[in-house]
Structure formats: C-alpha cells, structure tokens
Design a protein around this ligand. Structure first.
Ligand SMILES: *Cc1c(COP(=O)(O)O)cnc(C)c1O
Length: 387
C-alpha cells in the first residue's frame, strides 16, 4: 500500500529503477522467456504469460493508485471481469446492476446460463430492490458507479457496510472515474475492476484491464487463475503503453472534467435539449453521493434531445469536433448514440427499462480546448431549431 497520493504514484512509479544503465524510464522487456540461472530454481520471471517486469510494474502502480494489496493486469477489461468470476462457485449468487456495461452484462448472463453461478439483475438505485438483493446474502455484489450511460450512482460505503457483516464480496467497476477521482477500496470494497482501455491508458490506442484486490492472498490466488486461463496481458509493449498513459492520468482527468462541465452548462441552457445527466448537476439523483465518495464529477455526460431520431441525426450530421464512436476516456472527444451503438445488444424493452431513450446521446469529453468544443456542440444544436 502506498502513502503517496495517486497522482504522485502515477508519475513516479518505477522511475529510475533500471539496475543496468540507470534509465530514468523503465525499459521494455520484449521477451517471451527468461533464462534459469540454476536449472533447479526459476528466477523472478520464467515465462512471460506468468509475468514480466513491465506487467509487474504496471500491476504495482495500479495497486498503489487504488490503495490495494495487489493487482492482476489482464489483456482487456472483460478479461479482468472473467478473472473475478473464478471466485464464484456453482450455486453462489452474483448481484449486478441492470444498467451494467453491456459487455459485462452479456458475460454475466452467458456464464449464469451455463450454470457457473446464479445471477440477480437489479436496479441498485431502487433502495427496496437493493435491500432485498443484499438480504439474500449473495456471494458477490457488483457495482458500477457512475453507470453507463445515465451516470447513476450508488453509495459504495453504505453497501460495503451491509455486505461486510454477511460475507458478501463487493466489486466496483471504477472505469468511469479512475483512481484519481474515486478509490472504492478505501470505502470498503474488496475488488476494483478497470477497463484500462478507457481513462487509464487514455489515448484510445491500447486495450487492457485490471483487478485490484484489497487482500494480498486473494490477489495471489487470482494471479494463479489469470495465468491458468491465459487472461494475463502478455504484451510488454502494451504494458508499457498503459503505464505511459497513466503518467498523465491526473492532468488529463482535470481537463476532461473541466470540459465536461463546460459542455453540461451549454446543454442545460439550450432549448433543443430535454434533459442532461451529469452527477455535478444539483438535480442529479446521485449528486450528494457523488460529493461524498468522488473527488470530482468526471468527464462523462449524457443528454436527451427534444423530438426524435430526426433531431439526433441533425445533431450528429453537424457535429465535427466529436467523433461518433463507442468507447470513452481518450484524449479526443467522442459522442455516442447508445441505442444503436454501445447498447444495441439490449432489446428495446431492456433499453427502456435501463432508461435508454431514442434521443439519448452520450459524450466522452476529451482534452481539446473547452470553448472550441462548446462552439461546435452549440453550432450542431442550433441546426436542430433551423431544421
Ligand atoms: C469498456 C468497459 C468494460 C470492458 O472493457 P474492455 O477493455 O472493452 O474489455 C467494462 N466496464 C466498463 C464500465 C467499460 O466502459
């Protein structure tokens, strides 16, 4: 565990540790295997699926940033989630939010259908539903806060307090905020999961995932499973890229967040907009939870337009500084239409239940100059009035 602030850990981790040449930045170890000095005993590393210096450093950095006891880096976020599922036995119950990331929900359902565990999908922002689900003493509860795409929040600490008393493990998917803005392990969670593909790497040019554990022994156990199942991130170059991205995470988050706030202010004031979802808004249902458990409101926002699909088309046809793309957390601003993009795997009924309407749009605010983004968005919104 690190006493240093995550921002400092992100910048300093592994710096000036090269034992051979004193390289300031840790070198990339492009090798699949490591020689045994003594045939009876492997050295620290033997085969790169089981670990290499770049993976190890990335794991230590992420564990320290989340204040965990250990971490396992995987080849993508879903591999991290697959890894955690190994902790569940047949007959165990897993409680997940109905508005989980689409790929996570697909994985949970597919594994449950094979009898891997019992799945309970609930609206965790509904106190009665949440209480009932916890009262059944599930083996694990999965939290995703803020959730995708409506940025719904749940109180991590309150759920952990109930869970801890009855042996329910708590996992938080912290992808939307990063350890710079939220540290679930300090609120009592057992595990944190990230899609490092998003803010952690932050440049939309590498995929990765991580499980950070509060308990060192469990981390070791999961490390064994990751090697056994082939879920580790075996690419030294990929590990290096993600750590390179982490160096600027704190600086990036500050600008993502500032730009998100500017875009929110512009959207709230525009007559073509029906509703804006951002935890920083005082009328957002999770606003007080956000103030309590987050260090900022983040770089993600979503909004609904008045009208229908024609208005959505006008906006998207006239916007130019936002790429129409899935994913999030990169330096470039993105706009996404969940209904046919990120959430297309959901049928219409499930989309409506999760609150995904046909005029909902989601923005991942990049780190461009904020005024330029606002001008571009306003220009496209104004076209709706004219159309
Ligand atoms: C993208 C994402 C994942 C999955 O991660 P991959 O790196 O795409 O496998 C999981 N959870 C959330 C919240 C995500 O945004």
């Amino acid at each position: 565990m690190s006493k240093l602030n995550s921002q400092t850990v992100a910048v300093r981790s592994g710096i000036e540790t090269d034992p051979v040449y004193g390289a300031v930045v840790p070198p990339i170890y492009m090798t699949s295997n490591f020689a045994f000095e003594d045939f009876r005993e492997p050295g620290q590393f033997d085969y790169a699926r089981s670990g290499n210096p770049n993976t190890k450093l990335l794991e230590k950095t992420l564990a320290d940033m989340e204040q965990g006891a250990g971490a396992i880096v995987t080849n993508c976020g879903l591999a991290a989630i697959t890894l955690l599922m190994q902790l569940l036995e047949q007959g165990d119950t897993l409680v997940v939010p109905h508005d989980s990331y689409g790929g996570s929900l697909r994985l949970f359902k597919a594994l449950a259908n094979k009898g891997h565990f019992i799945l309970k999908v609930v609206d965790q922002t509904n106190p009665a539903e949440l209480e009932q689900a916890l009262a059944a003493k599930p083996a694990m509860i999965w939290l995703e806060t803020p959730s995708n795409p409506l940025l719904r929040l749940v109180d991590i600490e309150a759920i952990c307090n109930v869970a801890k008393q009855q042996g329910t493990k708590v996992t938080v998917d912290n992808t939307f905020l990063s350890p710079i803005l939220q540290q679930p392990l300090t609120l009592g969670a057992d595990f944190v999961v990230h899609s490092c593909t998003k803010y952690i790497n932050g440049h939309s040019d590498a995929l990765g995932g991580v499980v950070v554990c509060a308990d060192a022994e469990v981390a070791e156990h999961l490390g064994w499973w990751a090697n056994c199942l082939g879920l580790t991130d075996c690419s030294a170059l990929n590990n290096y890229m993600i750590l390179r991205g982490i160096r600027t995470l704190s600086a990036r988050m500050a600008v993502h967040q500032q730009n998100a706030q500017q875009l929110v202010d512009a959207l709230v004031a525009h007559p073509a907009v029906a509703k804006v979802y951002y935890p920083g808004l005082t009328d957002h249902p999770g606003h007080s939870i956000a103030k309590k458990q987050q260090k900022g409101f983040g770089g993600m926002l979503s909004f609904e337009l008045k009208g229908g699909v024609d208005e959505v088309a006008t906006l998207l046809n006239n916007i130019s500084l936002f790429s129409i793309a899935e994913s999030l957390g990169g330096t470039e601003s993105l706009i996404c239409y969940p209904s046919t993009m990120t959430h297309r795997a959901m049928d219409e009924q499930s989309q409506r239940t999760a609150g995904i309407s046909n005029t909902l749009l989601r923005i991942s605010a990049g780190v461009e100059y904020g005024d330029d983004l606002v001008t571009d968005l306003l220009n496209a919104l104004n076209k709706i009035k004219e159309a």
